[in-house]
Design a protein around this ligand. Structure first.
Ligand code: 16G
Ligand code: ZN
Length: 536
């Protein structure tokens, strides 16, 4: 039976703030850390219920607000294979979070148990972690109350302060240990050893990559880079910067992947540290997003290599490896992007392999990528990874190469399946992937960047009274509502050479986003502001 009295007692310690409406969106719950106490407690309860619903499989809970300001925090649940929480449960999350009183909360918990067909006597297992935010420790304590209240085994497993991708890895490895889908040792060190072994195999016989400056956004990536470095001494060298986890206010402040992508400029802490042509990378606040950049050898101008450029590099290389392995036609490769992908990247990729466009948010990309034998997905903002189907993994392991070249390519593909974190995009694993591909091709950042030239583009945020009025179709590329607006956008776009623009409601902020690209910088800016004018 539901431990109602215990739940009630704990719930009274974690009262919902009045007149706040919580919504479990693409990134879970996310708002000011100080508002989230009741949400954390209730997500502890929900994580326990989710585990019970799945017969005791381990569920993950990550406490982070990623690239958002230091005062924000958030929470998301991770399903057993390390994937995002199933859609129907997102609404349970919102439903529990918004119960105004303890009575209503208990009623809602009962409704979830009923609707989810949950047997409360099942065991529950949960692993949880947080990033470096100052509000994190108290929020984790609230979460722990929720786990205890619903009877999670041992009160759950505290994985401490770590990155979002590590937490996803822990969930997946715990659930697959000793099965045919075994994914490695369920520990942070186990993860780093796995990556390090694959990296060493892939770099052997190749010139070592140059030491790499990594901007850790003054966040948890700094810990992860430091811990991983110990596994790859003499093979790969990091030069971590923005690693200050002590000074208040520095997390994501003029640092990190989101700063680089939105400001299209070098983080101030790296100014003067990069020589011409030398590449560097930025992580975001929970280390699941990656941006590369360098200064042009000729002009010293800042050049950004975003998620689209990473997808182009990686997908191109995988196509070559599959061909070289003698597996052309036996593995279907594909790329998944969103409407924010630069038009030039889509053109470049479409010449080489199938490209699919889906709505914003990792879960949509991940899901679509799973339809391919090898699915490469990246958002322009640097979220992404590569997934391999079961059939592809089996084929790689059973393939009988007939030449030394085929043997080498097959071995490289197998090692890549280990270097890549297919459970979720990881800035660290993605960085190693990029470095391996560059080393294989003998490419510099400049050569990588020359694959195609980005069309100039502009992203504008428009504050509107009600973003829910903006409804889209065609993977967010067209508005169906407000009625008539799309026709006006189309008429504007038609006036610009290589023009493209779309409008969608943000899933994380109370705003509507306008994206525009065109043949010149001026034209892209003008188109964006004219479309924004239509929305406003
Ligand atoms: C969330 C998504 C991210 C997406 C962003 C878009 C996950 C884990 N994160 O952060 O992929 O790019 O939302 O934000 O899915 P927006 O809806 O405000 O434009
Ligand atoms: Zn992130």
């Amino acid at each position: 039976d539901l431990p109602e009295e215990v739940l009630r007692e704990y719930s009274e310690k974690h009262k919902k703030p009045e007149s706040v409406n919580f919504a479990y969106g693409t990134a879970g719950f996310r708002t000011l850390g100080e508002r989230l106490d009741s949400v954390m407690f209730r997500m502890g309860v929900l994580a326990g219920l989710r585990s019970k619903a799945l017969g005791g499989k381990t569920i993950g809970v990550m406490v982070t607000a990623s690239h958002n300001p230091e005062a924000d925090n958030g929470v998301k649940l991770v399903d057993p294979m390390g994937e995002m929480l199933e859609q129907s449960w997102e609404s349970y999350a919102t439903y529990l979070a918004n119960a105004e009183t303890t009575d209503e909360f208990i009623t809602n918990v009962q409704a979830v148990i009923y609707r989810g067909g949950i047997s409360i006597s099942q065991p529950a297992n949960v692993v949880y972690a947080r990033d470096t935010r100052p509000s994190g420790a108290a929020l984790v304590a609230a979460l722990e109350d929720g786990l205890k209240a619903i009877g999670v085994e041992g009160g759950g497993w505290n994985a401490g302060v770590t990155t979002t991708p590590v937490l996803h890895y822990l969930v997946r490895t715990t659930n697959t240990k000793g099965t045919p889908e075994d994914y490695g040792e369920p520990s942070e060190e186990g993860y780093y050893s796995k990556l390090a072994a694959a990296l060493k195999a892939l770099l052997s016989g190749k010139p070592s990559p140059p030491p790499l400056i990594v901007d850790c956004a003054n966040g948890v990536g700094a810990l992860s880079v430091a811990a991983f470095s110990k596994h790859v001494e003499g093979v790969f060298q990091f030069q971590p910067t923005n690693t200050d986890l002590q000074t208040p206010g520095l997390l994501n402040f003029k640092a990190g992947a989101d700063f680089v992508k939105t400001s299209q400029s070098i983080p101030p802490a790296l100014q003067g540290k990069l020589s011409a042509g030398q590449r560097a990378a930025s992580f975001d606040g929970d280390a699941d997003r990656l941006m590369y950049f360098y200064l042009d050898d000729q002009t010293s101008q800042f050049r950004m290599l975003d998620g689209d450029k990473i997808a182009a590099l990686v997908a191109g290389h995988l196509v070559e490896l599959v061909n070289a392995a003698g597996l052309a036609g036996r593995i279907e490769l594909g790329v998944v992007q969103t409407a924010y992908a630069n038009g030039s990247s889509t053109k470049f990729l479409e010449k080489r392999l199938p490209v699919k466009c889906v709505p914003t948010g990792v879960k949509h990309l991940h899901h679509a990528a799973e339809a391919f034998g090898i699915g490469v997905y990246f958002e322009a903002n640097g979220h992404g990874t590569v997934v391999f189907s079961k059939e592809t993994l089996a084929l790689l392991n059973s393939h009988q190469p007939s030449t030394p070249e085929q043997t080498k390519a097959t071995e490289d593909l197998i090692q890549l399946t280990k270097l890549i974190n297919s459970a979720v995009g990881d800035a660290l694993s993605d960085l190693l992937l990029v470095e391996v591909v560059l080393a294989s091709k003998g490419y510099t950042a400049t050569q990588w960047n020359s694959s195609y030239s980005d069309l100039p583009n502009r992203l504008v945020k428009v504050l509107v009274p009600d973003r829910s009025l903006y409804k889209t179709t065609d993977a967010e590329r067209k508005l169906t509502e407000p009625v008539g607006l799309q026709e006006k956008i189309d008429a504007l776009v038609a006036q610009y050479e290589a023009g493209r623009s779309f409008v969608r409601a943000s899933g994380t902020e109370d705003a509507v986003r306008v994206y525009a690209e065109a043949g010149t910088r001026e034209a892209a800016d003008e188109l964006a502001f004219k479309v924004a004018g239509l929305v406003y």
